[in-house]
Design a protein around this ligand. Structure first.
Ligand SMILES: Nc1ncnc2c1ncn2[C@@H]1O[C@H](COP(=O)(O)OP(=O)(O)O)[C@@H](O)[C@H]1O
Ligand SMILES: [Mg+2]
Length: 225
């Protein structure tokens, strides 16, 4: 049985057939998944084969959360560690080019598969590209632990961002740069969704999140110092 997989934010034409996922061909994503497997990283789908313009990947069993919400320290720490392991598996590769790693570029909870309530894999490597690891860490900090709605209080958010820095293993100078990376990533989101003529509320949301971090950056910076 073929089942259309939705829940993503881009209309991508992703289908499930048994243990396989069929998605539109992406040369770079296929190469990254092949590299990750060859370097022993288990937290991503495996690239199985290409049929015409369709890439066939393994289906990762588990739960993919449909929306952003507060996560526990253990969940956030596991996500940061998973990102670190993914980056390490790409370091120094041809695919990373002149950058330090291959970035996922969209490692939010909506692109993570949870098993027993713990994130164990990232999916959706369509945006993957060479980059600086801090771009991904900034995006992960934003999407897992920061929210202008403050469902989790600000000081708790800041503490979780430090926990991400700890779990990922950022050094002192990287911690100083992290809030700027969050802000840059949020600005980039505004540009991205604007260029795709996304609904106004999505663009507004990215703007609001950016304004929130900008206003409270001292709280985050203090925690990361
Ligand atoms: N390899 C996979 N293993 C398990 N679930 C997947 C896999 N690929 C996609 N999915 C599911 O399909 C949904 C949409 O796929 P995704 O790759 O995130 O595309 P997009 O976000 O562009 O719509 C995901 O939210 C997830 O539920
Ligand atoms: Mg997705």
């Amino acid at each position: 049985m073929i089942e259309r997989l939705t829940g993503g934010r881009l209309a991508s034409g992703v289908f499930r057939s048994g243990n396989e996922v069929h998605r539109p061909r992406s040369d770079f994503a296929a190469s990254v998944l092949t590299l990750l497997e060859s370097r022993g990283f288990r937290g991503a789908p495996r690239f199985l084969r290409r049929t015409g313009e369709t890439d066939v990947l393994s289906f990762v069993p588990g739960h993919v959360p449909p929306r952003f919400r507060p996560w526990s320290d253990a969940q956030v720490g596991a996500a940061a560690l998973l990102l670190r392991e993914m980056h390490d598996a790409t370091r120094g590769s041809d695919l990373a080019g002149r950058f330090d790693v291959v970035c996922h570029h969209d490692p939010g909870p909506n692109n993570a598969v949870f098993q027993h309530d713990v994130p164990v894999a990232f999916i959706d490597f369509d945006e993957a590209a060479p980059g600086s690891h801090l771009e991904d860490v900034g995006y992960l900090a934003w999407t897992w632990s920061i929210s202008s709605r403050q469902a989790m209080p600000l000081d708790h958010q800041a503490r979780q961002v430090r926990l991400i820095a700890d779990a990922y293993g950022l050094d002192v100078s990287e911690r100083h740069a992290l809030v700027d990376c969050v802000l840059e990533r949020q600005s980039r989101n505004v540009r991205f969704w604007t260029s795709r003529a996304a609904p106004a509320d999505r663009i507004e949301w990215s703007r609001r999140e950016h304004a929130f971090v900008h206003l409270h950056r001292d709280v985050f910076d203090r925690e990361l110092a």
